[in-house]
Design a protein around this ligand. Structure first.
Ligand SMILES: Cc1ncc(COP(=O)(O)O)c(C=O)c1O
Length: 377
């Protein structure tokens, strides 16, 4: 991206006038389009009072835009409120009795929580696939997924250090052994390539708050059509019915495809925001974004190494998403100090995560690393 285009993109994100925002692994900067979408919802309430038709249009449009990003049909996408909800809904719809569920040691904690909670109502075994040096060797999937594994849950990109996995290879192992594959794409959607068909993913969950440039409160759940039709979610509601507006209290008539995973009234304001944010991403183009972020990712690794930081992320850019994790003492405290100095980054456990987006430059990263160097001495 040339300097002129970068300046143009930056001008769309007013928060950058006050701070250098490098926290896309947690909350990205919000664009003028997103701010306008918040106003649009407010105005629809003020001007029209109630407008189900417009609200549902927004939900459907957001869903269609998201489906395009991951290459599926929009009927294969349900709209829920959080990744935690989406994973719980899937677990409630599967018969896991006497079988095995594999999750990895690098999954976001909510995956573990949802799986362990399910053990209160189903009798199955949980295997944690081990990590080595903050990565998961592919052989560990070969070893731990067995013919008795019903479901394997993985993160596409790790929330902790940006470790990126080869989904196709993992899907191949899981499917060979008869396991479904659930991919948590919250740290990859909007930053790296996702093609659910080519990657042979059965179930994918993500939300808008991170690299999709939106806010929390909405989650997209992809369930492959042929699989969804075989599942009967017990976490459900009127929007998971074939015709929500039939107001039929006495019958359960699940909608087709992944629509049966919808529950109650969708998060409407979040759908306004998602529609605007995804439309912004479409305008810039996923290819431009992916290329820019891959460049910034390798630049961050190189610069951090030059400055003598100990890096928790893979050094090979092919095994990494956008975020670079740097070991520091008192990471939470350093996060606060960096914010006071004008840099928004996100701490997790013993690392500071530097997670740029399309609006960031190499200069942003150098300045942040120099400030981090000063604070961590
Ligand atoms: C990879 C990953 N999965 C799940 C979550 C949690 O998502 P939610 O709060 O929508 O349940 C996060 C939040 O940071 C995450 O990074």
């Amino acid at each position: 991206m040339n300097t002129e285009t970068l300046l143009q993109v930056r001008s769309e994100f007013p928060g950058l006038e006050k701070k250098i925002i490098l926290s896309s692994c947690s909350q990205s900067a919000i664009s003028l389009d997103v701010m306008n979408a918040m106003d649009e919802y407010k105005n629809s309430l003020l001007d029209e009072g109630m407008s189900w038709e417009t609200w549902m249009e927004k939900v459907n449009r957001a869903k269609e835009r998201f489906a395009k990003i991951i290459n599926c049909d929009s009927s294969e996408v349900a709209v829920l409120s959080s990744v935690s909800d989406s994973i719980s809904s899937i677990l409630h719809s599967l018969d896991l009795n006497k079988q095995d569920v594999c999750i990895t040691e690098m999954d976001f904690p909510c995956v573990g929580h949802a799986v362990l909670a399910q053990k209160h109502i189903q009798d199955f075994h949980v295997t944690f696939i081990p990590a080595e040096n903050n990565m998961i060797p592919i052989e560990n999937y070969e070893t731990h997924i067995t013919e008795n594994t019903a479901l394997t849950c993985i993160s596409h990109v790790s929330y902790y250090n940006g470790f990126k996995q080869n989904i196709k290879d993992i899907a191949n192992i899981a499917h060979k052994k008869g396991s479904l594959l659930l991919v948590d794409a919250y740290q990859s959607a909007g930053a790296v390539n996702i093609d659910v068909k080519d990657m042979d993913i059965d179930i994918l969950v993500t939300g808008m708050q991170k690299y999709l440039l939106g806010v929390p409160g909405i989650s997209f759940l992809y369930v492959k059509k042929e699989l969804a039709e075989r599942l009967y979610p017990t976490t459900t509601g009127w929007f998971g019915q074939a015709n929500p507006f039939a107001f039929d209290l006495k019958h359960l008539d699940y909608a087709h495809s992944a629509q049966r995973f919808n529950t109650g009234t969708p998060p409407v304001i979040n759908a306004y925001i998602a529609d605007a944010a995804l439309s912004f991403i479409e305008e810039i183009g996923m290819d431009t974004i992916k290329y820019h972020l891959a460049k910034l990712s390798s630049f961050t690794i190189k610069k951090a190494a030059e400055l003598g930081f100990e890096i928790a992320s893979p050094l090979d850019n092919n095994k990494k998403g956008t975020c670079t994790a740097i070991y520091v003492n008192n990471a939470n405290n350093i996060e606060k100090q960096l914010k006071q100095a004008g840099f928004v980054v996100s701490a997790r456990k013993d690392v500071i995560r530097i997670a740029p987006h399309i609006y960031n430059s190499e200069e942003d990263i150098v300045n942040c690393l120099l400030q981090l160097k000063e604070l961590s001495h």
